[in-house]
Unconditional design. Structure first.
Lengths: 123, 181
């Protein structure tokens, strides 16, 4: 069975692009959510192999969603990669404190994203 | 040796493929906008996610008065922005002719003295009806590359209708001849 990635972003453009990369350039399946709250619900239902999540989102941001996923036994072990326009060190530190495994900045390089996903999930 | 060549060409082709996906996503986002507001949000998303900027202004060309009017901005106070001055006469002429104008950063001994900026003509019926100004890049994005130019071209060709709706016809047809620059 192919591995599953949960892609989370409130931007339709980013979501569309990341979904296309996952579906056309990898063998993984893709499910999507558009804010942190929905991400937590989808992560519990879908049990993805990895979460690729934006930070700045309405309702619940990526840091908070990441923290909450780490607190729940069913989502605690899922690798989480945060994606954001903010590349400052303090922001990245906050990301890692929230429990993410990796942190990448926008604009996302598609080839690098595929390599990163494969480093977690294999080809 | 051949193996190395294959790796390089594979990487190039993979990057080209990724660029196609990016262009396709941008085109889809613009053309499938449900309203002018949604198109503006789409444009903001494209610039932030694909071009790496959160300081953007959209200036509408007012042909009758030969001026520019701030139509929308994000991350800057566009009312304080002097577009003709930022573009310079040559840049303004280029953009009005339909070419993108990229300002490269100037440097002196103390470091950079100006920012990378891009001015993209929004075209309809062979006329520039608005100018999208990308005024500062995110720190992690140091310059525009060839693939960004392709995205500029797409924005230039596809954004007018979603952004301005039916009024784009009036902007290009009814308001008379080209602007004096």
């Amino acid at each position: 069975m192919s591995k599953k990635i949960l892609v989370v972003d409130d931007s339709k453009t980013a979501l569309m692009m990341e979904r296309e990369i996952v579906e056309r350039r990898t063998s993984y399946q893709c499910v999507t959510a558009s804010d942190g709250q929905e991400a937590i619900e989808k992560a519990q239902q879908e049990q993805p192999d990895l979460v690729l999540m934006d930070v700045v989102m309405p309702r619940m941001n990526g840091f908070e969603a990441c923290k909450r996923m780490r607190q729940q036994p069913s989502t605690r072990e899922i690798p989480i990669v945060l994606v954001t326009t903010r590349g400052e060190e303090s922001y990245m530190e906050a990301g890692f404190q929230s429990g993410c495994n990796d942190y990448i900045t926008k604009p996302v390089d598609g080839a690098e994203l595929v390599a990163l996903l494969q480093s977690y999930l294999g080809e | 040796m051949n193996g190395d060549k294959n790796v390089v060409s594979g990487t190039k082709s993979s990057r080209a493929g990724m660029n196609d996906l990016r262009l396709e996503a941008a085109r889809k986002r613009l053309t499938e906008s449900r309203s002018q507001e949604d198109a503006i949000e789409g444009l903001r998303e494209i610039v932030a996610n694909f071009l790496g900027s959160e300081e953007i202004g959209l200036f509408k060309v007012e042909r009758r008065s030969a001026t520019f009017r701030v139509y929308w901005s994000f991350g800057i106070d566009a009312d304080d922005h002097d577009l003709p001055r930022a573009l310079g006469e040559t840049g303004l002429q280029r953009v009005m002719r339909g070419e993108c104008h990229v300002v490269l950063p100037g440097r002196d001994r103390s470091g950079p003295v100006s920012k990378v900026q891009a001015f993209i003509p929004i075209r309809f019926a062979n006329q520039t009806v608005a100018i999208l100004a990308i005024l500062r890049l995110l720190p992690q994005k140091v310059a525009f590359d060839r693939t960004d130019m392709e995205l500029f071209k797409l924005i230039s060709e596809e954004a007018a209708k979603p952004l301005f709706g039916a009024s784009v016809h009036a902007m290009s047809v009814l308001e008379g001849p080209g602007m004096r620059v």
